[in-house]
Write a protein that binds this ligand. Structure first.
Ligand SMILES: [Zn+2]
Length: 727
C-alpha cells in the first residue's frame, strides 16, 4: 500500500476536487479469509486486558476504515476459534475528521509527513467498561470456518455506506488459549515468581490475537492501551511507549504502517538496561547482566553500519527483549523490539548473527514487506544479504564467508533430505488454499533467496553500487508491501546498462528460472575469502575420515580447536554428523579427543556433539546427553536430540529423561516431544503426561508452523534443526 492516500471524502461531498486515482487493491491472499481488497484500513486501536490466571485476553478493537467501493454489504475479517466475539458496532468518523478527509492530504494520510511523531489518537476503553459507545449502532456478525489455522468473521455493514467515507468498526472480544498468545506460568520463567506472556504473529497466528486483515499486503498504524496485573511490565512493537501510573496501564503507538503479523506484545518480570543511545535490552532480572555485557555497544555499531549501507534507521528505538526458553523460534523481527530466545545468550556468535539478522529486517521485511506469503524470500533473502553486508563491514569478509559456508552446507543437507524436485525449494512457492503459509518457510527461503540477491549484486559488478540500489529501493517502497517483480523492475531501471544487456534473460540464469526452478541455487557466492577459517575445518575432517585411525588421532590432537570460532567447530561437527553412523573406533577416539572440551563449550556446539553421540549409540557419553536435556527447556535444544534418540535404539532412555523433565517444559513443547516419543508405539499409546492448558485441544499446533516444512514435503516434518540451523 502507498504511504499517502487522498481517496477519502466526507459524506455528501459529491463535488470533491479531483484526486489521484485510488490505490490498487492488495494482492489476493489465499491464506486470508478477509475482504481486505474492498477496504482501506487506516489505523487500528487495541484496548487489551491481560488475565494470566484465566489465560485469557479481553480486547476492544477499533478499526478505522473506508470502503473503496460504494455500499459494501459486509466487512470480512480473519479470526480464530480461540476468539469469542461479544459485540460489533459501527460509528461514522466524527464530522471534523470526515471533513478533513476530503482535503488533501486527507486525515487518512499517514503521519510520517509532519515533523516529529504524531500524537497518539484517543484509545478505546477497557473491555469491562460499559458497552454503550456514543454515536454507535450495533452490527450483526457471524463466524464461519475457514482453515485449520483460522476462521472468518463477517460483520454486516449499514446499507447506505458510501465509498471513501471514513467509519469505525468496534469489536469486543475475549481470546482464550490462542495460538498467537503464549501464557507461561511463573515456573516457566527464570524468576519463578511472576506470570509471563508473549505473542508470536508470524505468519498467520495474529488472527487469534485480534480480528484483522491477516495478510502481509495490508499495513496500518496502530495504537494500544494495555492493562496488566501489578508488577508485570508490558512491552509492544511500537515507536512510542508510555507507562500510565494507574494500576499497571501502558500505552503504545506505532507511527508507521505495519502488517498485522508485526503487532507483538510481551509482558512479564522484565527490566531494562541501556546498551546504546537508542537501544536497551529487556530481560528478567537474573539475565540482565549477561544480556547487557554481551550486547553493550554492539547493537549501535550494527545499526550504524546498516545506516551507512541502506539509509536512516526509521523506527526510532531498537530494543531487544529476551524471552524464556518456551519462545517457539529463535528470534522475531518485531519492529522497535526484537524478540529473542534467552537460550541463545551463551552461544555468542549465534547471538550476534541472529540479532544482526533482525536488525537487517528493519529495512527488509519490516519497512518493505513481501505482499504475499508465497514470496517470503523477499524479506528473508534480502535480510540475509544485508546481514552479511553488515558482518562484512563489522567483522570482515573471512568471518562472513565462514558463516555463509556453514549455512550453505545446511542448505545442501536440506536439499538432500527433500530431493531436488521438491516444490518448496522454489523461491516463489505456490500456496494452496488451506495450507499454513509457515509451512512454506525453509532454508531455501533464506539461503537460496540470499544467493539470488548475491547474484544480482555480482551482475552490477560492485557491492557498493548494489548497496546504493538497495537504499533507493527501500526509499521508494518503505512502509509498503511489494512483489518480486517490483524488486527486479527497480533493479533493471537502476542499472539501465544491465537492462540493455538483457541480464534477466541470460541462458541458464534467467530471473524467471531463479524464481521458479526447483533445486539448488543457480549460482553460489565465491567464499574463498573465508578459506583461512574454513580450510582448517576441511583438513581436520579429512584427517578423521581418510587417514588410518592412529595417525588421524595423533595429527588431530595437534590441532587446537579450543581457539576456533564457534562456526568452525559447528561446521566440523556438522560434517561428522553427516557421516554418522561412523565406525565405532572413530567415535571412541573422537570422544577421547574432544568430549570434555566440547562439553565445556556453548549449547550450539554441545548439541551437535551430543547428536553425534546419539546417532552412533555411544553409551559412555550418554550421561552428557541426559545432563544437557535436564538443563535445556527450549525447542531448539531438545527436539533434535529427542528425534535422534527415538530414531535409534535409545527410546527408553529418551522416555526416562522426558518423565523427569516434563514438568519444566512448556505444554506445547511437552506435546511435541510426546508425539516424537509415541511414533512407532501405535495409536493411543502415547506416553501420558498431564495436559497443560494452552491450546491443548486446539487443532493448531502453534509451534509447528514456525519450524516445519510443508506437508507436501517428502518426509513431511523436516525441521530447520534437522539441518542444524536456526532461522
Ligand atoms: Zn529473518
Amino acid at each position: 500500500m502507498a504511504a499517502q492516500c487522498c481517496c477519502c471524502k466526507a459524506p455528501g461531498a459529491e463535488a470533491a476536487p479531483a484526486r489521484p486515482p485510488p490505490e490498487p487493491p492488495p494482492a489476493l491472499d489465499v491464506a486470508s479469509a478477509s475482504s481486505a481488497q474492498l477496504f482501506r484500513l487506516r489505523h487500528l486501536q487495541l484496548g487489551l486486558e491481560l488475565r494470566p490466571e484465566a489465560r485469557e485476553l479481553a480486547g476492544c478493537l477499533v478499526l478505522e476504515l473506508c470502503a473503496l467501493r460504494p455500499a459494501p454489504r459486509a466487512l470480512v475479517l480473519d479470526a480464530h476459534p480461540a476468539l469469542r466475539l461479544h459485540s460489533a458496532a459501527f460509528r461514522r468518523a466524527p464530522a471534523a475528521a470526515a471533513a478533513a478527509a476530503a482535503e488533501p492530504p486527507c486525515a487518512f494520510a499517514f503521519a510520517a509527513a509532519g515533523p516529529g511523531p504524531a500524537p497518539p489518537p484517543p484509545l478505546p476503553a477497557f473491555p469491562e467498561a460499559p458497552g454503550a459507545e456514543p454515536d454507535c449502532c450495533p452490527l450483526a456478525f457471524r463466524v464461519d470456518p475457514f482453515t485449520d489455522y483460522g476462521s472468518s468473521l463477517t460483520v454486516t455493514l449499514p446499507p447506505e455506506l458510501q465509498a471513501h467515507q471514513p467509519f469505525q468498526v468496534i469489536l469486543r472480544y475475549t481470546s482464550t488459549d490462542a495460538p498467537a498468545i503464549w501464557w507461561l506460568d511463573p515456573e516457566l520463567t527464570y524468576g519463578n515468581a511472576k506470570p509471563f506472556v508473549f505473542t508470536q504473529g508470524h505468519s498467520v497466528c495474529n488472527r487469534s490475537f485480534f480480528p484483522c486483515f491477516d495478510t502481509p499486503a495490508v499495513k496500518c498504524t496502530y495504537s494500544a492501551v494495555v492493562k496488566a496485573p501489578s508488577g508485570v511490565q508490558v512491552l509492544m512493537s511500537a515507536t512510542q511507549s508510555t507507562y500510565v501510573e494507574e494500576e499497571g496501564v501502558y500505552r503504545f503507538h506505532m507511527e508507521h504502517p505495519v502488517p498485522a503479523y508485526l503487532v507483538a506484545l510481551v509482558a512479564g518480570d522484565l527490566q531494562p538496561a541501556d546498551i546504546g543511545p537508542r537501544s536497551r535490552v529487556w530481560a528478567e532480572p537474573c539475565l540482565l547482566p549477561t544480556a547487557t555485557s554481551k550486547l553493550s555497544g554492539a547493537v549501535e555499531q550494527w545499526l550504524s553500519a546498516a545506516e551507512r549501507l541502506y539509509g536512516p534507521y526509521m523506527w526510532g528505538r531498537y530494543d531487544i527483549v529476551f524471552l524464556p526458553p518456551s519462545f517457539p523460534i529463535v528470534a522475531m523481527e518485531n519492529p522497535c523490539l526484537t524478540f529473542i530466545i534467552s537460550s541463545i545468550l551463551e552461544s555468542d556468535e549465534f547471538l550476534v548473527i541472529d540479532v544482526i539478522h533482525e536488525v537487517a529486517h528493519s529495512w527488509f521485511g519490516n519497512a518493505v514487506t513481501n505482499a504475499t506469503w508465497e514470496e517470503m524470500w523477499l524479506s528473508e533473502g534480502l535480510a540475509t544479504y544485508a546481514q552479511r553486508r553488515i558482518t562484512t563491514e563489522t567483522y570482515g569478509a573471512a568471518f562472513t564467508c565462514l558463516e555463509t559456508a556453514f549455512r550453505l552446507d545446511a542448505l545442501h543437507r536440506q536439499m538432500k533430505l527433500l530431493g531436488e524436485d521438491s516444490p518448496v525449494s522454489k523461491l516463489q512457492v505456490k500456496l494452496e488454499p488451506g495450507v499454513n503459509p509457515s509451512h512454506l518457510m525453509n532454508l531455501f527461503t533464506y539461503e537460496k533467496g540470499y544467493c539470488f540477491v548475491y547474484y544480482l549484486s555480482q551482475l552490477c559488478g560492485d557491492p557498493q553500487r548494489f548497496d546504493d540500489f538497495l537504499r533507493a529501493y527501500v526509499e521508494k517502497y518503505k512502509f509498503t508491501s511489494v512483489v518480486a517483480q517490483d524488486l527486479l523492475d527497480s533493479f533493471l531501471s537502476f542499472f539501465p546498462e544491465l537492462k540493455e544487456q538483457s541480464v534477466d534473460c541470460r541462458a541458464g540464469l534467467e530471473f524467471e528460472r531463479w524464481l521458479n526452478a526447483t533445486g539448488p541455487p543457480l549460482a553460489e557466492p565465491d567464499l574463498s575469502q573465508g578459506s583461512s577459517l574454513t580450510r582448517p575445518v576441511e583438513a581436520l575432517f579429512q584427517l578423521w575420515t581418510a587417514e588410518p585411525l592412529d595417525q588421524a588421532a595423533a595429527s588431530a590432537s595437534a590441532i587446537d580447536i579450543s581457539k576456533w570460532r564457534t562456526f568452525q567447530t559447528a561446521l566440523f561437527l556438522d560434517r561428522l554428523l553427516d557421516g554418522s553412523p561412523l565406525p565405532q573406533e572413530v567415535v571412541t577416539r573422537l570422544s577421547k579427543c574432544y568430549s570434555s572440551l566440547l562439553d565445556s563449550m556453548n549449547a550450539e556446539i554441545r548439541i551437535r556433539w551430543l547428536q553425534i553421540v546419539v546417532r552412533n549409540d555411544y553409551y559412555p557419553d550418554l550421561h552428557r546427553v541426559r545432563r544437557f536435556l535436564e538443563s535445556q527447556m527450549s525447542r531448539m535444544y531438545t527436539i533434535p536430540l529427542y528425534e535422534d534418540l527415538c530414531t535409534g535404539a535409545l527410546k527408553s532412555f529418551a522416555l526416562e529423561v522426558f518423565y523427569q523433565t516434563q514438568g519444566r517444559l512448556h505444554p506445547n513443547l511437552r506435546r511435541t516431544i510426546q508425539q516424537i516419543l509415541s511414533q512407532g508405539l501405535g495409536p493411543g499409546a502415547e506416553p501420558s503426561a498431564e495436559q497443560g492448558g494452552a491450546g491443548a485441544d486446539s487443532e493448531v499446533d502453534p509451534e509447528a508452523p514456525a519450524l516445519l516444512l510443508g506437508d507436501e514435503a517428502p518426509g513431511a516434518a523436516i525441521s530447520l534443526r534437522d539441518v542444524n540451523v536456526s532461522a
